[in-house]
Structure formats: structure tokens, C-alpha cells
Design a protein around this ligand. Structure first.
Ligand SMILES: C[S@@+](CC[C@H](N)C(=O)[O-])C[C@H]1O[C@@H](n2cnc3c(N)ncnc32)[C@H](O)[C@@H]1O
Length: 267
């Protein structure tokens, strides 16, 4: 028997996570159905007015952000590896009467499912996406392929410094310059730690120069780079709420960045 590929392992992980996520307070699906947007202030400020824009949302999970963008008038195509998540996204779209297109595939195989022309106004990606890519050269090339001339990438991502720590934030476990795959066995999930699931994940840490350098290597023009000492999501150990509803990690205080953002334009 051949061992499963990292793609198979990660698909199994995300398929197993999706049910608990749909039932979690973290994703608050009932509030979302009632009209609450799942988008946060950082990405809303960077995206600006999206009505009428064609948006490619990579790694859309079960589609809450995709449908939040569609509710604001965007024409959204969401892409994800997990067939369970994409089925849920299509179900939410139909139930809510909010149209969006959803494609289930590995991002590396997107060219087999979606033509590059006429191109998107925005490629949007957020919170926990780049660590599933072994090679950011392939990522930046895909972003370039799907943007129309003048279109832009809007990326909001957890900061690579966060992934240097152990899960308890008591010690530095990984080098900032970590290059190889990180294989971990995960019990529960960030959105529902008590979920009775245990799966392997295969991820890669990418430093900021790797992210920015990959985009520059595709002649994408950087127009924004931001770093934030807080996370809009309560998805780490030892989080402490801030007055504005965001979180910091208690032992780290506001001394390290938890999130960064990038906007890059295809001229
Ligand atoms: C942390 S979630 C994205 C976060 C999203 N903003 C949210 O909060 O729901 C990461 C997503 O990446 C997807 N993913 C991982 N590897 C992928 C791949 N090779 N191709 C497509 N999607 C992938 C997973 O299925 C998962 O839905």
C-alpha cells in the first residue's frame, strides 16, 4: 500500500473538521444565516467597495466569507480542497439565496477547473491559507494567472512568528526560517477543541520575505504591507480579549505580530 500524499492527508483533516466547525460557536452559522457578516475589519478596510467585482476566493472553507462578499454585491468563485466543506458552502448558498460559484479541487489543479480569462478583479485569501502551500512560487504564479490586468491580491494571514511557538506559547519550537514540511497529529480543532477527531496535518511555515519575494518574482506590485499585534479570531491558547473584540495571546502581550496583510497589484 502506498502512503497517502500530503494532499490526501490534508483533505481528510479538513473533511473531518468541517462538521464540528458548522456546529461551533466559533463559526456561528446561525448568526451568519440571520445576516451577520463573517468578514473582519482588517480585510473589509483593504477590500473596500466590492459590489460588482469578480472575486476569486481561494481556500474558502465552507464559504461564509465567500457568501459575505456575495451579500455585498460581489460575484464570487470560492475554491477549496474539502468536498465536505464545498458541499456545505453550496448548501448555504442555496438555502440563503445568495449566489456564488464553488469549485472543489486542490488549488494546484485549479487550471483544470477554471479558465484564466477574463480574469478576476480581486484574489482574496485569509487566515490560515499559505501554510497549506509547500511552494509559494506556485502560489504567486496562480495569483498572477487569475488576476486581470489592474486586479489585486488581498491577503490577510496569521503571522509566521506565531507558528514559531509551541501550541502553549511557552517556547520557540520552530525556526523562523523553517523550510521542510511540518507533520503533526491534531486532536480536536481550533474552532471546537473538544471535537472527537484526530488527524494528521502537513503544513509549511513561510516567512514574510518568502511571501513578498514570491509576489515580486511574478512582477506583482506591492501596494500595502501591514502587521497587527492582535487576531480577530479566538483560535490560540491563552488568548485574552481586547476592548475592541479582538484577541492577543496572554504570555506574548502586544509584543509580537499575530496577523499581517498584503495587497499586490498586477499591472
Ligand atoms: C483555515 S481554512 C481557511 C480559512 C477561512 N478564511 C475560514 O476562516 O474559514 C483553510 C482552508 O484551506 C483549504 N485547503 C488546504 N489545502 C488546500 C489545497 N491544497 N487546495 C485547496 N484548498 C486547500 C482547507 O480545506 C481549508 O478549508
Amino acid at each position: 500500500m502506498t502512503s497517502p500524499s500530503y494532499t490526501d492527508l490534508n483533505r481528510a483533516l479538513w473533511n473531518a473538521r468541517t462538521g464540528p466547525h458548522l456546529a461551533s460557536d466559533f463559526y456561528a452559522v446561525e448568526a451568519f444565516k440571520a445576516g451577520r457578516s463573517s468578514l473582519n475589519g482588517i480585510e473589509l478596510a483593504l477590500l473596500g467597495e466590492v459590489a460588482g467585482q469578480r472575486i476569486l476566493h481561494l481556500q474558502c472553507h465552507f464559504g461564509q466569507d465567500s457568501l459575505s462578499l456575495a451579500r455585498r454585491g460581489a460575484h464570487v468563485t470560492g475554491v477549496d480542497l474539502s468536498d465536505v466543506a464545498i458541499a456545505a458552502a453550496r448548501g448555504l448558498s442555496a438555502e440563503l439565496g445568495v449566489p456564488a460559484e464553488f469549485i472543489c479541487c486542490d488549488v494546484h489543479a485549479l487550471a483544470d477547473h477554471l479558465p484564466a480569462a477574463p480574469g478576476f478583479d480581486v484574489v482574496f485569501m485569509s487566515y490560515g491559507v499559505l501554510n497549506w502551500w509547500p511552494d509559494l512560487t506556485a502560489w504567486a504564479a496562480l495569483v498572477r494567472r487569475y488576476l486581470r490586468p489592474g486586479g489585486r491580491l488581498v491577503l490577510v494571514e496569521f503571522h509566521p512568528v506565531v507558528w514559531m511557538f509551541d501550541n502553549d506559547f511557552t517556547r520557540l519550537q520552530y525556526s523562523y526560517f523553517n523550510a521542510g514540511p511540518i507533520v503533526e497529529t491534531e486532536t480536536g480543532t481550533y474552532a471546537k477543541p473538544s471535537a472527537a477527531i484526530e488527524h494528521q496535518s502537513v503544513t509549511w511555515n513561510h516567512g514574510l520575505s518568502e511571501v513578498v519575494g514570491s509576489l515580486l518574482g511574478q512582477q506583482l506590485r506591492l501596494t500595502h504591507l501591514g502587521e497587527y499585534p492582535y487576531s480577530p479570531y479566538n483560535c490560540f491558547a491563552h488568548t485574552v480579549p481586547n476592548a475592541d473584540g479582538s484577541y492577543h495571546i496572554g504570555p506574548l502581550s502586544d509584543k509580537v505580530p499575530l496577523v499581517y496583510s498584503v495587497v499586490a497589484v498586477k499591472d
